[in-house]
Each structure stands twice: as structure tokens, then as C-alpha cells.
Design a protein around this ligand. Structure first.
Ligand code: PMP
Length: 411
């Protein structure tokens, strides 16, 4: 049994006060906090182990290369990929998704083809496909969401057709916390000869991920949203697809042979990792994975569900608060987006900050989705396993005080 209060000691950022109040960090969907073990891993690399990888001829560099490649192995295990060559290190989810659009998309999408995404997409799983569709004279189609914010499976049947080449969906939505039925979508995509690209940015901190069980062709995520450093992320791709794709960027580390007027590319994954990689980032990500695995992703998933089951009904019960998406806490993975009457979300977030509560306000890089809710922005509280009921209570109390402050309680 995990002692969740003790877990909080691993996150020194939680120990501070903000505006003279206890800090309730509820912006985990933007970026997670980092446990001391991850920070120490970075410091140790730069203090003791710092060299470049893959080209050294001395012991220190051999060791750094070995650790870098061991991090890849750990990522492979974390998401249950078949082979470590299917793991490409990138800067983050955004770069991973752009990589697929610029290589696989460039190579396979032709005029008249269709790309299908959902209305719940973050801009980083929307704009690359929108721009590819424009460039290739293909059609971009959006799968509708049900009123409770879940992907509308009837609409999926209409939208995925024999013309579909790519289906791209978020695993967990960053505004509503909705879980996409990836397996079903993958089956349908594959029946029509299309591939499925999954944006896992909001899933990796909350769920055990198995890319093979999901039948994902590509799966993208960011280290910084799962306790790791910024600037490191992952693209998983099926080996057979990666091998056929052209490189994304050109330069050192990704070549086998360079001649004056011709070059040959290295094997995967190196073909997609041009230039000096984020070595410390990969080691930090590996350390984050070890930390998560020590607690166990199943245990983390249960903890997150319990926290949301505590928070959501209380949030919904506050007079004047509208929570977007499902009324069911289990359909809100880590995220609750809401508004208070017609108060501006930025005013609300500023007022909550005065009470030590860190939340996000805005369109959350998902403008089409937020507009479909009939608003321009929302307040978003997002949880992680190191949050506790006290954080939830602090948010709820701060909302009451915000209501009181702005207009006497929105009566
Ligand atoms: N997709 C989703 C669902 C996200 O929440 C985010 C980050 N807010 C991204 C993609 C982009 O991640 P990054 O900025 O780390 O590339």
C-alpha cells in the first residue's frame, strides 16, 4: 500500500507557500511536478557523466551511450512496445506528432484522401493534420463528441471511410479528461486500410499504457507531463512503418554514409534522431519511469480516480459552477474544466491564485473544442497522484470565496 502523504515529500515544490497560503498545485495537465530523484538524475549526469553519446571512443562516452540506450529500453517496457527500435526520442508530443505528419503523412496522403481527427484534439494533434490536408488537397474530418464529451461512436462510423488514410486522436483529452476508445477506432481504421496516431500526452501520468493492446500505429507523449524534464518526449511507431518512412531532419547521428551528392540513412530509431540528442532528458525520463513503476501505474490510476470521485461531485454541487463534460468522475481522467457563472476564467484563476490554488485558464490549446462548449475559455483544475483531498478542499473553498468576492455569491 502506498503512503500517499509520504509520496508528497518527494515533491519539494509542494512544500512551499504561495501568496501566504499552502500551495495546491492543480495544473498538472500543463506540466507535472518533478520528484527529487529525477532532479538528482539530471544533476548527476551533468556533474559526473556528461559526454556526448554514440561517437565517443572513451569509457565515459560508452557509459553515457549505454545509459541513453537503456532509457530507450525502459520507455519500450513502460508502453509495452515490441522492440526498443520503435522508440524515438523527440522534444515532446508536439514534435512527435509533427514528425509523423511530415514523414508518414507527406509520403502517404494524396489529393482526395481523408484525415480523421476528433473535436477533442489539442492543437498539436490538430494543426499538423490541418496543414497536411491543405498541402495535399486532402480532406480533414472531425469526429463529433457526445454531450458528455466522449467520442461519438456513431459519428465515427460515418467519418472513417475507405478514403481515410490517417486517424489521429487523443488518448485522454486535456480539456475534458475524456478517454478515447482507441482500440475500437484502431480496428475501424485498420479495416479501412488507415493508420491510427494516438496523442498520449495526458494519458501517461494516469493510466498503464500498452501500445500493442491499443493497436496504435504511432503513440506520442512528453516527458514533462509524467514527472520527467522538459525538452524530452517520445514517438512510438510500429517498426514496419518507421522503416518505410523518410527521415524527419538531416544532420549528424542519423546517417550511415554521406557522399558529395548522395547519403544513406542509419537504421531506426537513429534515422529519426538527427543531431546531439537530449541525453540528460532521456536519463531524466528513465528516472521518472522508474519512479512511476515503483508506485505502479495501476495504483496511480486508482488514486487518481479516487481523487476525482471526491472532487467532481463537490465541484458540480457549487451553485453557479458549470463543469464541462461528463457528470461521471470516471470519465474525467485527471481533469475538470469549469466556469463560474459569467465570471471571466482568467479573473477566476487569478482569484484562486490568491488562495494558493494554481489552475489554468484559457482555451487550453484546444480552441475548436472549447468553442464547441459555447465558451471562449474555461478554468481547468488538473490532478496528479501526489495531490490530496486537502488540495481539493482548498480549491472548493477558494471557489466559494471567489464567488463571494466578485458578486456576493452569484445568487
Ligand atoms: N496533446 C495534449 C493532449 C496535451 O495536453 C499537450 C500539452 N498541453 C500536448 C499535446 C502538447 O505537449 P507538448 O507541449 O509537451 O509538446
Amino acid at each position: 500500500m502506498t503512503d500517499w502523504e509520504r509520496v508528497r515529500d518527494d515533491f519539494p515544490e509542494l512544500q512551499q507557500t504561495m501568496n501566504d497560503e499552502r500551495l495546491a498545485y492543480l495544473d498538472n495537465a500543463a506540466t507535472s511536478l518533478k520528484p527529487t530523484a529525477v532532479v538528482n538524475r539530471l544533476v548527476n549526469f551533468y556533474q559526473q557523466e556528461n559526454t556526448n553519446v554514440h561517437r565517443g571512443t572513451y569509457q565515459l562516452s560508452f557509459e553515457a551511450t549505454e545509459r541513453y540506450e537503456r532509457s530507450r529500453e525502459l520507455v519500450k517496457e513502460f508502453i509495452h512496445a515490441q522492440d526498443q527500435r520503435e522508440i524515438i526520442f523527440t522534444r515532446g508530443t508536439t514534435e512527435s506528432l509533427n514528425l509523423v505528419a511530415a514523414t508518414y503523412g507527406e509520403q502517404n496522403v494524396r489529393p482526395g484522401d481523408e484525415i480523421v481527427i476528433s473535436l477533442a484534439e489539442h492543437h498539436s494533434n490538430l494543426i499538423p493534420w490541418q496543414q497536411l490536408a491543405i498541402k495535399k488537397h486532402a480532406t480533414l474530418k472531425y469526429i463529433k463528441l457526445n454531450p458528455d464529451g466522449q467520442i461519438d461512436l456513431d459519428d465515427v462510423q460515418q467519418k472513417i471511410t475507405p478514403k481515410t488514410k490517417i486517424v489521429a486522436v487523443t488518448h485522454v483529452g486535456n480539456v475534458l479528461g475524456n478517454l478515447s476508445p482507441v482500440k475500437k477506432l484502431a480496428r475501424l481504421a485498420h479495416q479501412h486500410g488507415a493508420i491510427i496516431v494516438v496523442d498520449g500526452a495526458q494519458a501517461v501520468l494516469h493510466l498503464p499504457v500498452d501500445v500493442q493492446a491499443l493497436s496504435a500505429d504511432f503513440y506520442a507523449f512528453s516527458g514533462h507531463k509524467m514527472l520527467g524534464p522538459t525538452g524530452i518526449g517520445v514517438l512510438y511507431g510500429k517498426q514496419s512503418l518507421l522503416e518505410q518512412m523518410p527521415p524527419y531532419q538531416f544532420g549528424g547521428e542519423m546517417i550511415e554514409d554521406v557522399q558529395l551528392y548522395h547519403s544513406d540513412w542509419d537504421q531506426i530509431p537513429h534515422k529519426f534522431e538527427a543531431g546531439t540528442p537530449n541525453i540528460a532528458g532521456a536519463l531524466g525520463l528513465a528516472s521518472a519511469i522508474k519512479y512511476l513503476q515503483k508506485i505502479g501505474m495501476k495504483s496511480i490510476q486508482t488514486r487518481d480516480e479516487e481523487l476525482m470521485a471526491y472532487l467532481l461531485p463537490k465541484l458540480e454541487a457549487i451553485l453557479g459552477v458549470k463543469v464541462y463534460g461528463s457528470e461521471n468522475p470516471s470519465q474525467h481522467i485527471g481533469v475538470a474544466s469549469f466556469n463560474i457563472g459569467d465570471l471571466h476564467p482568467h479573473d477566476v484563476a487569478t482569484a484562486l491564485d490568491m488562495e494558493g490554488v494554481a489552475v489554468r485558464a484559457g482555451h487550453h490549446c484546444a480552441e475548436p473544442l472549447v468553442h464547441s462548449l459555447g465558451v471562449n475559455s474555461t478554468v481547468r483544475a488538473s490532478l496528479a497522484f501526489y495531490n490530496n483531498q486537502e488540495d481539493c478542499d482548498q480549491l472548493l473553498k477558494a471557489i466559494e470565496e471567489t464567488k463571494e468576492f466578485f458578486n456576493g455569491g452569484l445568487r
